[in-house]
Design a protein. Structure first.
Length: 263
């Protein structure tokens, strides 16, 4: 019932994109002013190939992907672990909610200039910004997930003699993990945004640095080439997030089901 209205939108998406690219190509080729300010698809594609083969754009892509992925993994481990610990301590868990919200509201843009002082121009600064961008998302997801267990389920386990530790392992931890895996995409987007900010503020290599330098020289086709590669990096992280989320049931089963009952 709900999927029927979306079918026309999905079927029209690619034709609309192709039509827009064709129109962009025609306008760019026929109007030198438009070509200077906006380039056009074929010249962007040629510049992308040339950049990958001769100008080291492939290395800039890796320099952007690596710290985003590293910061995402560290943020997931740290944020998830702290969230699990808070859920395991009911007395402290609810008191920590406003503190977590306040820490998560710290803008990465405000911290980014200081990373130049703390870490220099290397990868460490970008890994830190990626970590800082996503860690509180994962912390909040694990924390709220563990607290989202319906009270009647917790009471039911209490009536049957389950201790607090058993309740944590059997219901609160699986709920927390489920929320944590659901936040992968958001965390991946924010980690990549942190790297992007870091490269804009101070960096030797990376796609954002390429875009900044090319923009200063009015090289629109190189800006768009780097933007295409940045989209590829984002899609790569989204694919990893989808892969992990699709296998969350195995992780939940491993956590909550005793080994002797696993199929």
């Amino acid at each position: 019932m709900t999927s029927a209205p979306e079918a026309p939108t999905i079927s029209l998406a690619w034709p609309l994109i192709i039509a827009a690219l064709v129109a962009w190509e025609i306008i760019g080729r026929s109007n030198p002013s438009a070509a200077f300010f906006f380039a056009y698809p074929s010249v962007v594609a040629m510049d992308l190939v040339a950049g990958l083969l001769h100008d080291g754009l492939w290395w800039d892509t890796l320099v952007t992907l690596a710290p985003a992925l590293a910061g995402l993994v560290v943020g997931l481990v740290v944020g998830g672990s702290v969230g699990f610990l808070l859920v395991a301590s009911p007395g402290q868990s609810r008191r920590a909610t406003p503190i977590i919200a306040a820490l998560g509201a710290i803008p990465v843009f405000a911290i980014a200039p200081m990373t130049l002082v703390w870490f220099g121009l290397g990868l460490a600064a970008k890994v830190f910004l990626a970590f800082l961008s996503c860690v509180f998302v994962f912390l909040q997801a694990a924390h709220k997930g563990g607290l989202s267990v319906p009270e009647r389920i917790a009471q039911h386990l209490s009536v049957h003699g389950f201790r607090a530790g058993d309740q944590f392992l059997k219901i609160r931890l699986p709920y927390a993990i489920d929320w944590l895996t659901a936040s992968f995409k958001t965390g991946a987007n924010l980690a990549l945004l942190g790297v992007f900010v870091g490269e804009f503020v101070a960096s030797e290599r990376g796609l954002a640095r390429v875009m900044l330098n090319a923009g200063a020289l009015y090289n629109v086709k190189r800006v768009l080439s780097a933007a295409v590669l940045f989209a590829v990096v984002a899609l790569t992280l989204m694919s990893i997030a989808d892969f992990l989320y699709g296998r969350r049931s195995r992780l939940l089963r491993w956590v909550s089901v005793p080994r002797r009952f696993r199929a």
